[in-house]
Write a protein that binds this ligand. Structure first.
Ligand SMILES: [Fe+2]
Ligand SMILES: [Fe+2]
Length: 167
C-alpha cells in the first residue's frame, strides 16, 4: 500500500513537473516566434497547443473530479482554508520584488531591450496572478461574507486593520 501510495504521490508531483516543462516549452516557442516566424517554431507552437489541450486540461479536470473532492473534508478539518491565498500573495510579492528591481534599473538609465522585455513579462505575470487572486477573494470570501455574516460583522471584517493602508 505504502509503495503504491508513494508511487502515486510521486506520479502526481511528476505530472506537475511535466506541466511546468510543457509551459516552459510554450513560453520558449513564443520567445522564438517573436524573433522569427520560422516553420520549426510554428510546428513547436502547434505541439504546445496540443499539450495544453491533451495534458494540461485533463490534469485540471481530473483534479476537480477526484483529487479536490477527496481532500475537501481534510482541508476543512485540518487545513488552513486561507493557505492558498497566502501562497498567492507570496508568489505575487516575489514577482513584484523582481519587477521593482528591473524597473529601478530602467529608471536609472539602462535601455537594454531584454531588460525591458523581462519587466514586461513580469508585469503580465503579476496581472494574471492578481486577476485570479481577486476572483477568489470576491467569488469565495466576499460571497461567503455577504451570505453568512450580519451587517455589523461585515463592517467589522472589512474595516479591521484599516490602518494598514488598504482602500
Ligand atoms: Fe495540478
Ligand atoms: Fe489579496
Amino acid at each position: 500500500m505504502t509503495a503504491s501510495r508513494d508511487a502515486l504521490t510521486q506520479g502526481y508531483i511528476r505530472e506537475h513537473d511535466q506541466l511546468g516543462a510543457g509551459l516552459a516549452a510554450l513560453t520558449e516557442v513564443l520567445d522564438r516566434l517573436i524573433q522569427d516566424v520560422d516553420p520549426a517554431a510554428v510546428r513547436a507552437l502547434a505541439q504546445s497547443r496540443r499539450f495544453l489541450r491533451d495534458v494540461f486540461v485533463p490534469h485540471a479536470e481530473w483534479e476537480e473530479l477526484t483529487f479536490y473532492p477527496a481532500l475537501a473534508d481534510l482541508v476543512r478539518t485540518h487545513g488552513d482554508p486561507n493557505a492558498a491565498m497566502y501562497i498567492d500573495h507570496r508568489e505575487i510579492l516575489r514577482r513584484i520584488e523582481a519587477f521593482a528591481a528591473l524597473a529601478a534599473r530602467i529608471e536609472a538609465g539602462e535601455r537594454d531591450p531584454a531588460l525591458i522585455d523581462r519587466a514586461r513579462i513580469l508585469a503580465y505575470q503579476i496581472q494574471a496572478l492578481v486577476d485570479a487572486h481577486e476572483k477568489k477573494e470576491e467569488e469565495i470570501h466576499l460571497a461567503l461574507m455577504r451570505r453568512h455574516l450580519s451587517d455589523r460583522e461585515q463592517v467589522r471584517a472589512l474595516s479591521l486593520g484599516d490602518q494598514l493602508g488598504h482602500d
